[in-house]
Design a protein around this ligand. Structure first.
Ligand SMILES: [Zn+2]
Length: 200
């Protein structure tokens, strides 16, 4: 990672020092996954950055006993997703519209220029479209993870992880579920014969 990219990554994602690591695996043909690790006692698990680098918070995964293989293959799924840019642009567009509609709602309380019905319709429509793009992004990454691990191993690891509790605040949980489908739903969806056949 060059100096500028490393500086910006630390600044945007508040990671502190980043260490380049290599995860060796026989499950993909490249045989290894390069990622950056950092140690921060917060609720940031890890993600793929805008520079398409995988970053992982080792402190969080140790504290919450997160299965590393599940996490790294999920993030690799994001990194390799060729629809990621399109879905992210769409999600950002609907996200901005959602913020604007919410602000108009607040202003309208005092001014009452537009009918509330129209504003609420705008909020709900943009919220649904934003969630749809975000959930598709997450489902695609998780599908890659399940396909790489194969269904039986994936479901075993996922079922174990389902029981671990996060330490998110109410607001963090709200953001999480707007951007991520509940894991129980993902398990049910991938267990449908149509998907399961592709994962075995
Ligand atoms: Zn994800």
């Amino acid at each position: 990672m060059n100096i500028i990219k490393s500086f910006l990554t630390k600044l945007i994602y508040k990671t502190g020092n980043l260490i380049l690591e290599n995860y060796k695996t026989k499950k993909i043909k490249e045989k290894n996954i390069m990622y950056y690790s950092f140690n921060k006692n917060n609720n940031h698990i890890g993600q793929v950055t805008i520079f398409n680098d995988i970053i992982i918070n080792k402190t969080y995964i140790k504290k919450h006993n997160i299965n590393f293989e599940l996490l790294i293959f999920h993030e690799l799924g994001h990194k390799k997703d060729n629809l990621k840019i399109v879905l992210m642009i769409l999600a950002s567009f609907f996200g901005i519209e959602l913020i604007c509609a919410s602000l108009i709602f607040l202003i309208n309380i005092f001014t009452y220029i537009i009918s509330f019905e129209n504003i609420i319709n705008g909020i709900i429509t943009n919220l649904i479209l934003f969630m749809l793009c975000s959930w598709i992004l997450e489902l695609r990454a998780e599908f890659y993870c399940a396909k790489t691990l194969r269904y039986n191993l994936w479901i075993k690891k996922r079922n174990l992880l389902k029981k671990t509790k996060n330490s998110f605040s109410f607001f963090e949980n709200l953001i999480y579920y707007v951007t991520h489908p509940p894991i129980k739903l993902v398990i049910k969806l991938f267990s449908i014969n149509y998907f399961k056949k592709k994962l075995i």
